[in-house]
Write a protein that binds this ligand. Structure first.
Ligand code: S3P
Length: 181
């Protein structure tokens, strides 16, 4: 049997890509891959450290490489980093490997989830909330291009995951029947 198409989760920081992704992967019987984690494993340092010592441009270059590699395998749920939409080629490649779903989140919910987590360098410092709002406005048009979208704000990850799994099954058809439990 051929491996199933990938399911690619895209969305702003705090939209729930990782938590939802893990649940959906279990439900669909796909492998879970987190691109942020892949970057850290490959480079042997944290994302915060890459931003600090090598700058955002270099981080984006590595992110594109890791996304390109991930797009070469099938049968995965791929959780991307919030900035994956900044380079259109990333979504072209990931999109060619399967189904892309945007997890929408309000800026309020994103901030409530992201605050206090020291691992997001773009939100570090005392003006984190203002920066989040700026980034949100800048990026919203890039997320809005994605035709398949699920609301991720103020909903339990299980519920969001069920919606995402439904969309994936509808796209992929019979190949992705629910697993007998
Ligand atoms: C980023 C989001 C982060 C991580 C990096 C940059 C962004 O991932 O890739 O800190 O530019 O939005 P999450 O969306 O998983 O927090």
């Amino acid at each position: 049997m051929h491996a199933l198409p990938n399911l690619v989760l895209v969305g702003f920081m705090g939209s729930g890509k990782t938590s939802v992704g893990r649940i959906v992967a279990g439900e669909l019987g796909l492998r879970f891959v987190d691109l942020d984690q892949q970057i850290e494993e490959r480079e042997g340092v944290s994302i915060a450290r890459i931003f600090e010592t090598r700058g955002e441009e270099e981080f984006r270059r590595i992110e594109s490489e890791v996304a390109e590699e991930a797009a070469q395998s099938a049968g995965q749920v791929i959780a991307t980093g919030g900035g994956i939409v900044l380079r259109p080629v990333n979504l072209e490649r990931l999109g060619a490997s399967g189904v892309v779903v945007h997890l929408h989140v309000t800026p309020e919910c994103a901030w409530a989830r992201a605050r206090g987590h020291g691992h997001r360098p773009l939100l570090a410092g005392s003006d984190g909330e203002a920066r989040l709002r700026r980034l949100f406005v800048e990026r919203q048009p890039l997320y809005d291009i994605i035709p398949l979208s699920v609301e991720g704000s103020n909903r339990p990850p299980r519920q969001v995951a069920a919606d995402v799994a439904r969309i994936y099954r509808r796209r992929v058809g019979d190949a992705a029947k629910p697993r007998a439990s």
